[in-house]
Ligand binder design. Structure first.
Ligand code: OAD
Length: 245
């Protein structure tokens, strides 16, 4: 493995910090074989854009189509394993007394890697909610309809993820924003920085004096505002970073 060049300033800031925020996006799971959101429309799903499938309106208009798309993603996630990037974040969590991992991912791979405190801003694909009541429903094998029906009210079940146009879970967002305001260093990893409010967290942190490090092989809207950019795959850069601290 070719060592990535990690600037001394990145190491110095991370060594000196006591409070660290990590924001992750789909890029951290790319090396686990989970397609990133904007690359996910492959094969069967090539003709759809995420924005056309991940909305309450799309589900109301065509519940089966949207359910099937999430069933496909759910299957991909079930087969995926956490990668070295996820594992390096477990090591970082152990290093700091105040460490908040915030993810936009719904794949649950951070928890499966061993991270103990993960704020899931966009929900979790393994969970289901009643589309009418919004309440969690444990088992989704209710009858043979697709999507399955809520055992209480008979409405369709929907995946427990946040769709475009929906509010984020209030407590998760509040915890993420508090961490952004108090952290001394922020790592923004594998996110295109296009979807708010998550994309605003590194900027909030910076406005409160944090040092912002981006890990991404391609430039994003955050790049001009980052103090340091580590350009490359998270599965390579994060283990190197963790080993050097
Ligand atoms: P995107 O698919 O928009 O962006 C993935 C980012 O990961 C891109 O910037 C890639 O350059 C980067 N990337 C790819 N491979 C990488 C690797 N090996 N290591 C590091 N970075 C890599 O995914 P998100 O930013 O997570 O929202 O998307 C944000 C939200 O938009 C998602 O949570 C979802 C989506 O619509 C909802 O579902 C509400």
């Amino acid at each position: 493995m070719v060592a990535a060049l990690i600037p001394e300033e990145v190491l110095a800031r991370l060594r000196a910090a006591e409070r660290v925020l990590v924001l992750t996006g789909a890029g951290i799971s790319a090396e686990s074989g989970v397609p990133t959101f904007r690359d996910a429309q492959t094969g069967l799903w090539a003709k759809y854009r995420a924005e056309e499938l991940a909305t309450p309106e799309a589900f109301a208009a065509n519940p089966r189509l949207v359910w099937d798309w999430y069933a496909w993603r759910r299957e991909l996630v079930a087969q995926a394993e956490p990668n070295a990037g996820h594992r390096a974040l477990v090591a970082l969590e152990e290093r700091y007394a105040d460490f908040q991992l915030v993810t936009q991912n719904v794949d649950g791979l951070h928890a499966r890697a061993g991270s103990s405190d993960v704020v899931e801003l966009h929900g979790n694909i393994t969970q289901n909610l009643c589309f009418a009541e919004g309440t969690p429903v444990d088992a989704h094998a209710h009858g043979s309809s697709v999507p399955p029906r809520c055992p209480r009210c008979g409405a369709y079940l929907r995946p427990g993820v946040v769709w475009f146009g929906e509010a984020l879970p209030r407590e998760a967002l509040a915890r993420a924003e508090q961490a952004a305001r108090r952290s001394e260093v922020v790592l923004s990893i594998g996110t295109s920085g296009l979807v708010h409010p998550a994309a605003g967290l590194p900027l909030t942190a910076r406005a409160h004096g944090a040092f912002v490090i981006e890990v991404n092989p391609t430039a994003t809207p955050l790049t001009p505002h980052a103090d340091q950019v580590l350009s490359g795959p998270a599965g390579q850069i994060l283990p190197e970073l963790a080993a050097l601290l």
